[in-house]
Ligand binder design. Structure first.
Ligand SMILES: [Zn+2]
Ligand SMILES: [Zn+2]
Length: 263
């Protein structure tokens, strides 16, 4: 942002105070995408982080908040492929709206503030040992439509913030099938052959702990399918990190998806 772009009423940037080292060095004001107010330093303002992205303990198998967790977690429907899943926020207001905007044509500017939430240590427990970040691949038709790959835009920013390697070229998506409204079991069946390894994937991931990044987790079918392919390509371990986790209605955890999301 140039000085000329700032309103005259906005005072010059000051040294950030109290919000930690993450925001140090980002003293320029920016518009918070959640409330449209000027934020000093952080892209999502401190008020929105506190009230709309308050950290909650989440299950590492299914990423649902532990407070609303079923007695038996069926989040790990494909044990062995995906070691853990972390989510920054629920797929609910305002993040659902922002994710839809991010995944619409022209939404690329939201990548930075959304990726910020995914590396906020207050929201996300650490994932020790990871050295490589990869995105869940998008279908070629979606790439052509948007002109960018949302999960990669998040993944490369997460990697940069965490000081890790990143590559978009380990997996390719073979199936571009809408999953909206599908039952969990159907989603897992649909996704079973959805991904293939790219040429050179084995050389890239072999023996490495990999962090798999996507924007939204609904049932986990997509993450598990991608993780299985990464493991087959030699990844030592696959953990997942998503921006938002779709909440499940009481009594239907992991069995039915009632919230629509853009694939
Ligand atoms: Zn805000
Ligand atoms: Zn769980």
């Amino acid at each position: 942002m140039r000085d000329a772009d700032l309103p005259r009423s906005m005072p010059p940037p000051a040294r950030p105070v109290g919000d930690g080292a993450r925001e140090a060095g980002r003293g320029w004001p920016s518009l918070c995408p959640a409330c449209d107010r000027w934020s000093r330093g952080a892209r999502v303002c401190a008020d929105c982080r506190r009230h709309l992205a308050a950290p909650v303990p989440r299950c590492l198998a299914c990423a649902l908040p532990l407070a609303a967790h079923p007695v038996t977690c069926n989040g790990a429907s494909d044990p062995g492929a995906l070691a853990s899943v972390r989510a920054a926020v629920d797929y609910a207001f305002p993040w659902d709206i922002l994710v839809r905007r991010f995944k619409s044509v022209g939404g690329l500017s939201l990548a930075a503030p959304l990726a910020d939430l995914m590396t906020d240590p207050a929201c996300i427990p650490p994932c020790p040992g990871t050295t490589l970040v990869v995105p869940v691949p998008a279908a070629a038709s979606r790439l052509a439509e948007r002109g960018y790959h949302p999960a990669w835009e998040l993944a490369r920013r997460v990697a940069r913030a965490l000081g890790l390697d990143a590559t978009p070229q380990t997996l390719v998506r073979r199936i571009d099938r809408a999953q909206t409204g599908a039952r969990s079991a159907d989603r897992f069946a649909n996704m079973r052959a959805a991904f293939a390894a790219s040429p050179g994937a084995r050389a890239t991931v072999s023996g490495r702990p990999v962090l798999l990044v996507d924007d939204v987790m609904t049932t986990g079918a997509t993450l598990h399918a991608a993780a299985r392919q990464l493991r087959q390509s030699g990844a030592a371990r696959v953990d997942a990190l998503v921006l938002a986790r779709t909440p499940a209605p009481a009594g239907t955890v992991g069995t039915v998806d009632t919230v629509t999301r853009p694939d």
